[in-house]
Design a binder for this molecule. Structure first.
Ligand code: ATP
Ligand code: MG
Length: 202
């Protein structure tokens, strides 16, 4: 069976935490490729505070161009209403029925899994790769997982990645304060942010 990774998120903006996690997940689980899917209307975020879809999409495009295993999908742009991972994965399953999908995310995102829209349905149609992220321990995640039934636990795979304490919110905050963001994200993405005056206050 073909194995494809899905990296979903707001990517506001994409940074090295996302890229390292996707690459290590790809290699560790023998994924043929990883598809990055920026969220159209993120269900968990205050939408008015999120940069335009096109900016987030363009930054992703620039960030992944040097990795031939990485792809970008605009599948979530068209959909009306909030973007739910379940709808996205179902849609991909319809297009590629003979493929196993691996949804890659940080441990923080998996900890929220039980609150997600149709979480158990989602675990029936794809695997989850839960990557370490500073501030979110795998031990903590393991205890949450204990509450799940065995069939679902088997669908959640834990992955140690070198801890990068980088977050999009911190990058946005830094830009607003005029603090450096160099080396937190690809240089071309940094330039895109300044050329388009993103995340500046006032
Ligand atoms: P924000 O601070 O705005 O929430 P973020 O940095 O968490 O942004 P998202 O777009 O919310 O980025 O995250 C997309 C996915 O990438 C999530 O599954 C998240 O857990 C994961 N992720 C983000 N940063 C890291 C990191 N430094 N290490 C591992 N995983 C990460
Ligand atoms: Mg986040």
């Amino acid at each position: 069976m073909k194995k494809i990774g899905i990296m979903g998120g707001t990517f506001d903006p994409i940074h090295y935490g996302h890229l390292v996690t996707a690459e290590i997940a790809r290699h560790s689980f023998g994924l043929e490729r990883v598809i990055f899917i920026p969220a159209g209307i993120p269900p968990h975020k205050d939408n008015s505070a999120v940069a335009d879809y096109l900016h987030r999409f363009n930054m992703l495009k620039i960030a992944i161009e040097s990795n031939s295993y990485f792809e970008l999908s605009d599948i979530e742009i068209e959909r009306q209403g909030p973007s739910y991972t379940f709808d996205t994965v179902s849609c991909l399953k319809e297009i590629w029925p003979a493929t196993e999908f691996y949804f890659i995310s940080g441990a923080d995102a998996v900890l929220e899994i039980l609150t997600w829209h149709r979480a158990s349905d989602l675990l029936e149609i794809c695997f989850f790769i839960a990557a370490t992220r500073p501030g979110f321990s795998l031990e903590n995640l393991k205890s949450v997982l204990k509450a799940l039934s065995a069939e679902y636990i088997d669908k959640i795979l834990l992955l140690e990645v070198p801890a990068l304490a980088i977050s999009s919110s911190d990058i946005r905050h830094r830009v607003g304060l005029g603090l450096p963001i160099k080396y937190l994200l690809p240089e071309k993405v940094e330039r895109y942010i300044f050329d388009n005056s993103l995340y500046q206050k006032g």
